[in-house]
Design a protein around this ligand. Structure first.
Ligand code: BEZ
Length: 211
């Protein structure tokens, strides 16, 4: 069955390029991004993995660990990482799950048989400190993902978790946020000392609280 937002992220123990991990223990008290690739030694994936290594400091800054997966073994992963480092001007600095028996791919419903019977689609799962799924995304094999968008979405998720604000269309870090409907105007006065604008009773904007 497909995993949905709010579900607990299934736990598993696997071999990775950085040793064996138990997923929930590895996540610890922070956030995590689990992202899958169709297969090793494929062109689009090569660019994606290289980009993720280059922007890893942005995930670190947000207390988010990142981990990749494809349905190949450790030896392939290690050889391919050398190619990624060579061609993408980076050093892969996060673990890659070896999943040759598709244990994790099956748990996370990453194989979509009507697209391809054996390869994983491009999935992204953002998982919170409570081990619950906060965001999912699924792209086909031929479309590389926009990982800057994942960072933007994590900024929004963390603002909601910490400050009870939502983010409007095309929001970017530093822009005004939306006060969630469950907060009354009286509570908002306490919670948002920078003030807020009531455009409609259900549409209230406040400066980004953590700025
Ligand atoms: C790729 O990662 O480059 C890729 C994989 C499968 C189909 C098309 C592209």
């Amino acid at each position: 069955m497909a995993l949905r937002i709010g579900d607990e992220a299934p736990d598993f123990t696997v071999e990775t390029t950085e040793g064996q991990i138990k997923f929930h223990d590895w996540i610890g008290n922070g956030w995590a991004v689990l992202f899958s690739h169709p297969a090793d030694y494929t062109p689009v994936c090569t660019t994606e993995l290289g980009y993720m290594a280059r922007i890893k400091p942005e995930f670190d800054r947000r207390n988010v660990k990142i981990i990749g997966l494809s349905v190949d073994g450790l030896d392939d992963h290690k050889g391919w990482i050398q190619d990624i480092n060579e061609t993408q001007n980076t050093t892969v600095n996060y673990p890659m799950i070896a999943d040759p028996d598709r244990k994790v791919a099956t748990l996370y419903d990453m194989i979509h048989p009507n697209a391809d019977n054996s390869l994983t689609v491009r999935s992204v799962f953002v998982i919170g400190p409570d081990k619950k799924i906060k965001l999912t995304l699924t792209y086909p094999a031929s479309t590389g993902r926009n990982f800057d968008e994942i960072l933007r979405a994590i900024d929004s998720l963390q603002l909601t978790a910490q400050h009870q604000v939502a983010t409007p269309v095309n929001w970017k870090d530093g822009e005004d946020c939306v006060i969630v409907p469950s907060i009354s105007n009286e509570e908002a006065e306490q919670k948002f000392p920078k003030g807020f604008r009531i455009i409609k009773p259900y549409l209230r904007m406040t400066p980004q609280p953590n700025r």
